[in-house]
Design a protein around this ligand. Structure first.
Ligand code: 4NP
Length: 154
């Protein structure tokens, strides 16, 4: 079983989309996908309705997810930890206990060579169009990540 964690700030906008989209591309027999936020603001809440709506438009149900906060023990539970932006990355790394923990963390957009700015924009304070753009960016990147994971594990 390969375990993948998607992390943003609130765990209500970006990482729930990355969680749902990547999960939909991988077999649950071989991959476990989850998400978390570095902040505690929204613990226990459902994803933002705008993320739920945009996912629904593409036939993906993320409404059952519940926000939780990233903890140091997640380094033990996951093989790959993807940070949505540089600030999330720094917050995750600040909880790392050793180089093994640090080695699990990557920027989500790191291997998407068609994107120069490696931060997934935070759509929380923007308009609904922001969610559509973020969905597309996350979808194309999850496709790359899924292909890479599938080629790694056979
Ligand atoms: P997310 O977006 O990190 O993509 O879930 C945010 C959600 C909530 C807040 C900031 C970003 N907030 O400040 O409450």
């Amino acid at each position: 079983m390969t375990r993948i964690l998607m992390v943003c700030l609130g765990n209500i906008c970006r990482s729930p989309l990355a969680h749902g989209i990547l999960q939909s591309k991988l077999s649950e027999n071989h991959f476990y996908v989850d998400s978390a936020g570095t902040a505690a603001y929204h613990i226990g809440k459902k994803p933002d309705y705008r993320s739920v709506e945009v996912a629904k438009k593409y036939n993906l149900d993320i409404s059952k997810q519940k926000a939780r906060q990233f903890k140091a023990r997640d380094f033990d539970s996951f093989d790959y930890i993807f940070a949505m932006d540089q600030s999330n990355y720094s917050n995750i790394i600040s909880l790392a206990r050793d180089n093994r923990d640090i080695g699990k963390v990557k920027l989500f957009l790191e291997d998407n060579t068609s994107i120069i700015n490696k931060n997934v924009p935070d759509p929380y304070y923007g308009d609904d169009d922001g969610f559509e753009r973020v969905y597309t960016l996350i979808e194309t990147t999850c496709e790359l990540i899924a292909q890479k994971l599938l080629s790694n594990t056979g």
